[in-house]
Design a protein around this ligand. Sequence first.
Ligand SMILES: [Zn+2]
Ligand SMILES: [Zn+2]
Ligand SMILES: [Zn+2]
Length: 145
Amino acid sequence: MTDEHLQKAAQLLDENGLRKTRPRLEILCVLLEADSPLTGEQVFERVTAGSVDKATVYRTLLLLLKHDIVHNAYLRNRIRHFELAHHCKPDRCHPHFTCRDCGRTVCLYQAIVPDVQNLPAGFLVLHRQTRLEGICADCRVRHYS
Ligand SMILES: [Zn+2]
Ligand SMILES: [Zn+2]
Ligand SMILES: [Zn+2]
């Protein structure tokens, strides 16, 4: 937990009028340090040992989700994968790419997914999440060179 992350975590809670409790700060720091979405279980494994119990981790993640500080980036085997919402726009999340070979999921901050065409008449899109599947660059090199 770096000072920089702790400050950012405190700021996110302040902006949303949430009290700066130890579990909230810890969990936000874990998410700030992560480079890809984490399950509740993975967040629990990464908080300072003994400082936050598992039920609190899940309850806190749901609270942060409700305040739009955290997003459920995608479901895999019906398990939610959480990440901070700060790389997302209000109407769309950045896309994610899951490698079918190594199973890794990567955040694509730069990739642009075109707007949906030919929606049924009268439908209005409020939020978009995209998950792509394929083979990541590392796996391609391993297999095809
Ligand atoms: Zn998002
Ligand atoms: Zn891969
Ligand atoms: Zn992401």
